[in-house]
Unconditional design. Structure first.
Lengths: 704, 166
């Protein structure tokens, strides 16, 4: 209504803020979950991760300030201070620290969701205030006092040049009993950056560079000398050999002390698990470096509102319509001798236009494509988190993260995939003891894989858990009266019952039957994207769920078909072939019409009957459109095939939001709106006999 | 007021003018309605729910929906369902004549919905005191009445009219 149509002046800026802040939070979440995992495994926090979190908090602070969001800015600021304390070793990150960061990130993302809609809610503001209090109180973990470097054989010129952070790293290396060396290397000024990078990389393989200092020395004018303050377990001689340097180039400030480096005491500051990040800015410069970094984009990419791409896509769709009209005119001109010359000329122009237009279309489509990586990464994090929370040994393997899909589809996939992964984690994978008894590895594996197959993307999620107990599922369906008690079902049909809303929402049987909850929602979510869900399971061995999705929803090639006086569009990616047959070739079996297609039975349906519309007068010949998705096939009997068209599928607006079998509609010149068939719904409904497993909200019949 | 068929452009102007008035005349509480005849009766709906009024155009039937839904039209590329108001209110199939119009409404969630009406008559400005509660009915399609020159005009409760029981 009136309110939904208008936008306040600030809302565009707010959207920009939210989208950038989301990216930052995403990074923070990544870093934090890695930290949490390391902490869970008993390892010390990785300074790289702390630094990365520190930088993120700093960016968030700046961003919030720019958009005048004081409460978020304040929270980010306090987090930044806290992280600074951690990276400087003034504070120690314990379990409570992890929890604090976790809560802060969750609160920030709640705030973003609220901002996206309107403004930060009161409850969230209170939580922020509470978090600020907790951060205030987080001083209790102050680490040991700082000691001087009196024992070190380091020239004071180097000691004086160290930043606070570098001193902290030096102290930390000393605590771990590492040897401290000054490695002096000369480079040609012309290409010293490259040489320095090579040496840096070599040192990082065996230790940490604490500081890189250019130093005066007796070098020719064309050369420059660097002193690399290094911490490593190697001896001076070994380090020199490793770096292919003369032994004199490595000066020992402190020899390694092997006994103490193996088991760092709990009180000690974070120990290194990875070498230092090479672009770590030194302390006095960090503000300046980060400010300039935030102003200038490094990647050269542009952030675009998906709605703008939709508009572009619509324009391309309209151009495709105009192209159709032009083709029409060209054909008319060339069909008459008097205008043949002009027609041929126009034909050339037409073909040129057609080529460029399809390039444009492909280009716009490509811009919308994003890899599945982000979604998969998110799932990996979720499993990592679940693993820590529930102390259950489950590994998530992901493959095919670079497989690309339309951005809109990817976004809509997050929830169903999350649901499936959680189901697998919670219900499918058995406890370790049970797994060992069954002769499996104690650790369960969930494998997520994406591959492109033609115009579809196939995502499979398989687990090596207990599998679905079909007997129990059937028993349950019978006691609930969802199916006839007498009737026999194939394994496949029983597995299909898992998607039944009546069965799928009952949690009670999940633990023992090994099947998931909310599968009906997953199926309808995937169906709304024009995809299908398939499930296979072997008791005791595991379950595989396959999602088949179109690559894009935006613009598709369609086959236009006619039934009676109606026209429909069928997405061409689900058309396997079309047949012209004698009516007598249709046979029937068990009340279903079938066709012998190269010695395989193909179930066929009459579109007219499905939709309750009148067919044309019956001739001897009929057209069959063979539809396919994944491995499923079916035939659709229609009156006419009317050619191919590029169409932009639009949602149907109005009081009835979903019509089973209709995916949307498109405008086709003179025919006005033409409905686009939802092939996935037809295929899903194909195998159903007695069990009307419809998503009830989607079913509408004309006689209702 | 009586039924007067006026050209489309005038209707758009009128609707816009009424919307503007509605914004400005806050001190004096008037409500604007788009009124039209249906058979022998008069109905009205709030002007602020009207997005536009368009001429009748090709309506593509949609299978598997209640008969009240005539089908969909393409509105500059947007696909919008059209509801037959006459049937929806329990009458016969709505007439499609040269004066028929499709009133495109702002729907519940920012989407649009079309209503087929036989003709468009006028914009009513109704002062607050002229409203009357409608007699009870099980459909609740009409929530209030307003008096206009001695006749009652039924004001449609669009939430109910557009709710096809999902």
């Amino acid at each position: 209504m009136a309110a939904s149509g208008k936008e306040s002046a600030g809302s565009k800026a707010q959207r920009e803020f939210v989208s950038e802040a989301e990216d930052i939070l995403e990074r923070m979440r990544d870093d934090l979950s890695e930290l949490a995992e390391a902490a869970g495994g008993g390892a010390e926090p990785d300074p790289d991760l702390i630094n990365s979190l520190f930088r993120s908090a700093h960016s968030l602070k700046g961003l919030s300030g720019m958009f005048g969001l004081e409460s978020l800015g304040e929270l980010a600021h306090r987090l930044e201070d806290l992280l600074d304390g951690l990276r400087m070793g003034r504070l120690v990150l314990g379990a409570d620290g992890l929890a604090l960061f976790d809560d802060a990130i969750e609160t920030l993302s709640t705030a973003l969701v609220e901002l996206q809609a309107s403004e930060i809610g009161t409850a969230t503001r209170e939580t922020i205030a509470e978090l600020l209090g907790r951060i205030e109180g987080f001083g209790g973990n102050e680490s040991a006092s700082e000691d001087a470097f009196g024992d070190l054989a380091l020239p004071s010129s180097i000691l004086r040049a160290l930043t606070e952070y570098e001193e902290h790293r030096l102290r930390d290396n000393l605590r771990r009993g590492r040897g401290i060396y000054v490695v002096g290397v000369d480079f040609e000024i012309a290409n010293f950056e490259q040489g320095l990078a090579e040496v840096t990389a070599m040192i990082k393989e065996v230790g940490e560079i604490l500081s890189t200092l250019p130093s005066p020395g007796e070098t020719p004018d064309s050369q420059i000398r660097f002193s690399l303050l290094t911490g490593t377990d190697l001896s001076a001689a070994d380090l020199a050999t490793r770096l292919e340097l003369h032994p004199d180039s490595v000066e020992t400030a402190m020899a390694p002390c092997p006994s103490s480096n193996t088991a760092p005491t709990p009180e000690s500051s974070p120990a290194l698990t990875k070498p230092e990040d090479e672009d770590q800015p030194s302390e006095p410069q960090r503000e300046a470096v980060q400010e300039s970094g935030s102003l200038k984009s490094i990647s050269g990419t542009v952030r675009v509102d998906i709605r703008k791409l939709d508009e572009l896509m619509n324009l391309v769709g309209e151009l495709a319509l105009q192209k159709g009209a032009l083709k029409h005119l060209t054909d008319r001109l060339t069909s008459e001798t008097s205008t043949l010359g002009a027609g041929t000329e126009l034909g050339k122009i037409y073909r040129g236009l057609e080529r460029k237009l399809s390039e444009l279309q492909a280009g716009v489509l490509e811009v919308r494509m994003v890899p599945l990586r982000q979604v998969f990464d998110k799932l990996v994090r979720v499993v990592r988190r679940l693993r820590l929370d529930q102390r259950k040994e489950v590994r998530l393997e992901v493959h095919g993260v670079d497989t690309e899909l339309d951005k809109l589809i990817v976004e809509e996939l997050v929830d169903p995939l999350m649901h499936l992964v959680r189901n697998a984690f919670d219900h499918a994978i058995e406890p370790p003891a049970e797994r060992i008894r069954a002769g499996k590895e104690a650790e369960g594996t969930i494998r997520l894989e994406a591959t492109q197959r033609g115009n579809d993307v196939v995502i499979t999620l398989s687990d090596d858990g207990r599998g679905i107990d079909t007997e129990r599922v059937l028993e349950r369906a019978r006691t609930q009266g969802l199916v006839d008690a007498e009737e026999e079902f194939s394994e496949r049909e029983i597995l299909d019952l898992v998607f039944h809303p009546g069965l799928s929402t009952r949690e009670a049987v999940t633990e023992t039957s090994g099947r998931g909850v909310g599968m009906d929602v997953v199926r309808s979510n995937i169906a709304s994207l024009g995809g299908i869900v398939d499930i296979e399971s072997t008791a005791g061995r595991g379950t595989t769920i396959t999602l088949t999705l179109p690559i894009t929803l935006a613009i598709i090639q369609a086959l236009i078909i006619g039934v009676g006086e109606h026209h429909f569009a069928v997405p061409l990616n689900s058309v396997r072939e079309t047949l012209l047959l004698d009516r007598s070739e249709i046979q029937s079996s068990e009340g279903r019409e079938i066709l012998n297609l190269r010695s395989e039975p193909l179930v066929v349906k009459r579109l007219a009957r499905e939709f309750g519309i009148e067919e044309e007068a019956r001739g001897a010949k009929i057209y069959v459109v063979v539809l396919g998705m994944g491995d499923a096939r079916m035939g659709l009997i229609v009156d006419r095939l009317e050619g191919q068209q590029d169409v932009v599928i639009k949602p149907i607006q109005g009081p009835v939001s979903n019509v089973r079998g209709i995916a949307g509609a498109t405008e086709l010149g003179e025919q006005g709106a033409v409905l686009v068939l939802d092939v996935s719904a037809f295929i899903e409904d194909l195998g159903r006999r007695t069990v009307p497993i419809f998503d009830r909200s989607r079913v509408r019949r004309s006689d209702a | 007021m009586s039924s007067v068929a006026t050209p489309d452009f005038a209707w758009d102007e009128l609707a816009r003018a009424a919307t503007r008035l509605g914004d400005e005349a806050e001190a004096e509480v008037f409500h604007e309605f788009l009124a039209f005849p249906l058979g022998a009766d008069r109905y009205a709906l709030p002007v602020d729910r009207v997005r536009e009024v368009v001429r009748l155009r090709q309506i593509t039937p949609v299978p598997r929906v209640p008969a009240d839904i005539l089908g969909v039209i393409s509105l500059r590329g947007e696909i919008v369902q059209v509801l037959d108001l006459s049937q929806r209110l329990g009458g016969s199939i709505g007439l499609r004549t040269p004066t028929s119009r499709i009133v495109v409404l702002h729907g519940r969630e920012g989407d649009a919905a079309g209503l087929l009406v036989e003709t468009i008559a006028s914009v009513l400005r109704v002062p607050e005191h002229a409203f009357r509660d409608a007699p009870d009915s099980d459909t609740d399609f009409v929530s209030r009445l307003c008096e206009d020159e001695g006749d009652f005009v039924s004001i449609l409760n669009l939430e109910k009219v557009l709710d096809l029981g999902e």
